[in-house]
Design a binder for this molecule. Structure first.
Ligand SMILES: [Zn+2]
Ligand SMILES: [Zn+2]
Ligand SMILES: [Zn+2]
Length: 224
């Protein structure tokens, strides 16, 4: 028995973690959760990997937030408390290789897809907040429209670092391209937050939505 793993599963079930948003994208199922520290974490579950942007994940490639999604939200796995065995939560509890390989076996992935489709059936109000969901949903759609849709493939040079790009974020006023990370760095250190090229205030107006571009935990106060 892997004690660290069992501890994580128990924490994910017992600690106060709140699901505030979920969405299915091309790259996988995305979950945003609010931890007891008042930070928002992003979990991605995909056929080939699971990811979180918390400290634990960076150190060990697994964390309680991923367990929260798999055990509590989607209920794909179950912990048997009498002997701490981890089982696939099918009609009969079944053995699974997932916790050794961290890659979903076919059947496990089938249940993840199925349960995500019916997610509303699995969500319980004691770990889901509808008001937070609505707030996050508004924020997410603003982000998608104002920021994410401005990212395009391009062969232009980045206005800031002057190196070539495969993909950049386009200023809708001057049509010049930036690397997203160069633009964020630039905006973080200037007070005016105007476009470096055309001085329009587009980026200033939607600066707050950029937190969703960065792969960092987010302080609750920025969104909720
Ligand atoms: Zn995590
Ligand atoms: Zn650049
Ligand atoms: Zn511009």
């Amino acid at each position: 028995m892997d004690r660290l793993l069992i501890n994580r599963v128990l924490k994910s079930i017992n600690e106060e973690i709140i699901l505030i948003y979920y969405i299915s994208l091309k790259t996988g199922y995305y979950f945003y959760v609010l931890g007891s520290s008042n930070f928002i974490y992003k979990i991605i579950v995909n056929k080939n990997y699971q990811k979180c942007n918390c400290e634990d994940y960076f150190k060990t490639k697994f964390c309680k937030h991923i367990c929260f999604v798999l055990f509590k939200v989607l209920k794909v796995y179950k912990i048997i408390l009498s002997n701490f065995e981890l089982k696939l939560n099918s009609d009969h509890l079944q053995d699974t290789e997932f916790f050794k390989t961290k890659i979903f076996p076919k059947l496990d992935w089938f249940f993840i897809k199925k349960n995500f489709k019916n997610i509303k059936k699995y969500i319980r109000s004691n770990f889901f907040d509808k008001d937070y969901y609505d707030k996050f949903n508004d924020f997410y759609h603003q982000f998608h429209y104002l920021i994410y849709k401005k990212i395009e493939p391009t062969k232009n040079e980045c206005i800031i670092c002057m190196s070539e790009m495969d993909e950049g974020i386009k200023c809708p006023v001057c049509k010049k391209f930036y690397h997203t990370h160069c633009l964020i760095k630039w905006l973080n250190k200037t007070d005016s937050k105007n476009c470096k090229m055309c001085r329009s205030d587009y980026w200033n107006l939607c600066y707050k939505y950029m937190v969703l571009l960065e792969n960092k935990k987010i302080d609750k106060k920025y969104i909720l």
